[in-house]
Design a protein around this ligand. Structure first.
Ligand SMILES: C/C=C/C(=O)SCCNC(=O)CCNC(=O)[C@H](O)C(C)(C)COP(=O)(O)OP(=O)(O)OC[C@H]1O[C@@H](n2cnc3c(N)ncnc32)[C@H](O)[C@@H]1OP(=O)(O)O
Length: 284
């Protein structure tokens, strides 16, 4: 994967986190090929027998791969000093798919800061990335960056107490974060025990986007949709999960628009999940 930037230089460092609202993060063109898309699919749990996810001659690119192409945007905001990248956590993620990603190509994206919510002891900062293929919104939870007198924003939506329509086990692997980081997110909390300790975790944690990618793939498997037919995805990272942990994925609803959550060791890992799929174009 290669990228070229057309950066917008910041016009000065905002005095508080709230003043980052609406900031332009510039644009970037990222080129990728089949190898990048296959590595991503393997890193979120695609099997060797799912040929249209892992074999270049039949490849359909997982739509969540877009999130690796757009990772530069939250990284850029951290590099500009809006939050402390050593303590911030990925709070939630949305993805709206506008067009399928080809097996290889270039995607040009623009990014900006969306809402910035003041949670008192923390700030929640949105980063919105737009392209012809997708719109992706990061929600970053930044401890210590709140208290600037801003709006608190929406509260946490209630968890459903309904019984799932269908559920199934999720098996992460010990090597999953080590593999996933090769798709582009090299944040040390996912590999370095010392960096994990700085965010009060006993060992490196799985990337939120890896967990969400695993969930999207497994929701598709559970409801019989093709994972490459994903058209919308949303989820809140409620508790960290460690590589190798097992979890349960619970799906609520019928058809191609469902709600879901993921639970591990009695803790919510992904809460308030939602996924929508197109009617399947079928396997290649
Ligand atoms: C660079 C890192 C990349 C990664 O991939 S990190 C790995 C993936 N992410 C995680 O593992 C994070 C897991 N989640 C957590 O650890 C916790 O969960 C949080 C630290 C994010 C928050 O927990 P707590 O500090 O106990 O805060 P609270 O009391 O739950 O919430 C305080 C306010 O913040 C809002 N909030 C909490 N989580 C989120 C979120 N995920 N997205 C948006 N807002 C959030 C709530 O609603 C509430 O606000 P209201 O009082 O107004 O209701």
């Amino acid at each position: 994967m290669t990228s070229s930037a057309a950066r917008t230089q910041p016009t000065g460092t905002p005095a508080n986190t709230g003043e980052w609202r609406g900031a332009d993060l510039g644009s970037r063109t990222v080129a990728y090929d089949e190898r990048d898309a296959i590595l991503y699919a393997l890193a979120v749990g695609a099997r060797a027998d799912e040929l249209d996810l892992v074999f270049e001659k039949r490849l359909r690119v997982l739509p969540t791969f877009a999130l690796t192409l757009a990772q530069w945007a939250p990284d850029e905001l951290g590099a500009r000093g809006a939050f402390d990248p050593t303590t911030a956590l990925h709070g939630s993620q949305q993805l709206d798919v506008l067009a399928p990603l080809p097996p290889r190509g270039e995607v040009t994206m623009t990014a900006s800061v969306g809402e910035v919510w003041d949670k008192g002891s923390a700030a929640v900062i949105e980063v919105v990335v737009r392209s012809d293929h997708f719109v992706a919104t990061w929600s970053l939870f930044a401890p210590g960056a709140g208290g600037f007198g801003g709006d608190r924003g929406p509260g946490r939506p209630p968890a459903s107490d309904a019984a799932p329509t269908i559920s199934g086990p999720v098996r992460t692997t010990e090597n999953q974060a080590a593999l996933y980081r090769l798709t582009g997110d090299r944040h040390p909390i996912h590999i370095d025990p010392a960096a994990a300790a700085r965010i009060h975790q006993p060992r490196p944690i799985l990337h939120g986007l890896c967990t969400l990618g695993v969930a999207a793939l497994d929701v598709a498997r559970l409801i019989g949709a093709h994972p490459a037919d994903l058209r919308s995805l949303d989820g809140r990272f409620a508790t960290a999960i460690f590589p190798g942990d097992d979890a349960e994925l619970r799906v609520f609803g019928d058809g191609r628009e469902v709600m879901f959550d993921m639970v591990s060791g009695g803790n919510p890992v992904i809460a308030n999940g939602a996924a929508g799929f197109h009617e399947s174009e079928g396997r290649n």
